[in-house]
Each structure stands twice: as structure tokens, then as C-alpha cells.
Design a protein around this ligand. Structure first.
Ligand SMILES: [Zn+2]
Length: 280
């Protein structure tokens, strides 16, 4: 979910932040990436053949758990163990308080046959259980219950460098104003739709970007979004031009420094000048 970047903190908000009880959350994507890397290393072992096939599903499952636990860490932890049963083609199990069976529909014969089920006795399965039940991961799960994503903030920080590159030193004023422009750019272009082909045989079809994943060693497709819209800048530039034009008009209007049309008499001018002059 994209969201606008808040540009200003008010003093009261900061005070409130310090006094409130803090609850730290991790981005499930980052935790899932760590799990994926660990499993990818184990999957390279000869005795863990077949584990690599399961990595994308296990990672998706971790994100799904965070999204569907409704803020309950216990549910999240029970769902965590379910993946170790599912990979062995076991879809219900005793012992849990909240989550006793997989949430998916019963698998048909074809799906059942197509999956590379893992044997509970295999080294690959033991390695998976070790990773899923890892104590550090278990601690991390307490910080995933709200399924908070930092993607939008990371995208903003990356885009911010377009306006304020790190290799150049900027003064305070430039930092403030360029940050405002970066925030406007972000807020006006967040939640962009997926782009579609405008012509050719595939007209109307959604566009994707294909990239190679080093971790999963496979090609992946990501939706390509429409180009940024800088239309909001037109109004800003128009305002700037209007201000400049007003300033120019003021400079061109010289009536305030020109002599008045009615000139006083010569003797009056001499008298007034001598009255205020230092050279009497
Ligand atoms: Zn299942």
C-alpha cells in the first residue's frame, strides 16, 4: 500500500512519540528475504536436492502469515510450522490452538502428483524445519504481526537522491526546498497503475518487466507501472512565472521615481534646498 510522505513533524507529535510505548515492527519482505537466502545456501547441498523448488512458496507463505494473523503473534507462529507439514503433503495436524489445517482448497490429483513433495525423513526437510524453527526467526515473528511494509519509504529515499545527490554539498535552504520538491514528486506519483501496451498485437495487455533472480536462479516478472505524471509542476511553474512577471512590472513602473507633473517655482525650490542643505 503506497502512502504519502509526511514532510513535517510538529513539536507536539515528537513529544507524543517519546512518551508513547514503542512497538517495533519489521518489514516482512526483509525477513522473508533473509529466510530465502538461508534456504538457498542449504539447497545447494547435494543431500538437500528439491528444497530450492520450495523456496518461493515458503517465502510467499511467510508474507501471507504476516498479512493474515490479524495482529496475533500466536497465530502467526502456529501458521509458521504449517509450512513444514505442507511440503510433505500433510495438510492437517494436531497440537495447535488456532491453526490446525492448511488454508488452501483440497488439492486435486493432478496438483498432488505435480508437486515435488518432500519426505519427512529427508535432509532437505530437516534443514527446512531447522530454518523455520530458528530461535532468531521466532523472535522476529513478534515484530511482523502488523504486516508493515517500508517499500514506499525506501522508494522515496531512492528518489530523493535525484534532487539531492549525496556527492554534492547543499546549503540549508536548498536542502529544505529540494526535500519539499522530492515529497511533491513522490506524493503525486505514488500508487501508479500497471502500464498496458498502447498498440500492436498486444494492445491493452498489461506490461511486465522481466528480471533474473540470483537467489532463486529463475526469471521473474514484475508489473511495469505507467510513467510519472509531472502535470502538477505546470501550476507551480505558472505561479513562479506570474510572480516574476509581477516583479518585472513593478521594476518597469518608474512613476514612483519620476518628477511630478506640477513643478514648484524656481525660487521655492532654491529656498527649500537651502533650508535643508549643510552648505549654507
Ligand atoms: Zn497444505
Amino acid at each position: 500500500m503506497g502512502s504519502a510522505i509526511l514532510f513535517a513533524f510538529y513539536v507536539d507529535d515528537v513529544k507524543w512519540l517519546h512518551s508513547a510505548k514503542k512497538h517495533h515492527e519489521f518489514d516482512p519482505w526483509h525477513v522473508a528475504k533473509g529466510v530465502s537466502k538461508k534456504l538457498a545456501i542449504v539447497a545447494k547441498r547435494k543431500d538437500c536436492e528439491g528444497l530450492g523448488e520450495w523456496i518461493p512458496s515458503i517465502v510467499n507463505h511467510l508474507r501471507w502469515r504476516a498479512q493474515t494473523c490479524e495482529g496475533d503473534a500466536e497465530v502467526l507462529k502456529e501458521k509458521r510450522v504449517s509450512v513444514t507439514h505442507h511440503v510433505t503433503s500433510r495438510h492437517d495436524w494436531p497440537g495447535n490452538r488456532h491453526y490446525h489445517r492448511c488454508a488452501h482448497e483440497p488439492l486435486d490429483e493432478q496438483s498432488e502428483r505435480r508437486k515435488l513433495w518432500s519426505s519427512p525423513e529427508s535432509e532437505a526437510h530437516k534443514a527446512l524445519v531447522r530454518t523455520v524453527k530458528d530461535k532468531r526467526l521466532l523472535k522476529d515473528l513478534d515484530h511482523l504481526t502488523k504486516s508493515i511494509h517500508t517499500t514506499t519509504l525506501e522508494v522515496f529515499h531512492s528518489m530523493y537522491l535525484k534532487y539531492l545527490p549525496k556527492r554534492i554539498h547543499f546549503g540549508y535552504d536548498v536542502m529544505v526546498h529540494a526535500s519539499m520538491i522530492a515529497a511533491l514528486d513522490h506524493n503525486n506519483n505514488t500508487n501508479r497503475e500497471q502500464a498496458v501496451f498502447q498498440d500492436g498485437e498486444t494492445v491493452g495487455e498489461p506490461k511486465f518487466r522481466i528480471s533474473w533472480s540470483k537467489v532463486h536462479e529463475t526469471f521473474r516478472a514484475r508489473p511495469a507501472v505507467v510513467k510519472k505524471d509531472y502535470g502538477y509542476m505546470t501550476a507551480m511553474v505558472a505561479d513562479v512565472l506570474s510572480s516574476v512577471t509581477d516583479l518585472m512590472d513593478m521594476r518597469l513602473d518608474r512613476t514612483h521615481i519620476m518628477a511630478p507633473q506640477q513643478t514648484p517655482s524656481r525660487s521655492q525650490i532654491i529656498f527649500q534646498t537651502q533650508q535643508f542643505s549643510r552648505l549654507k
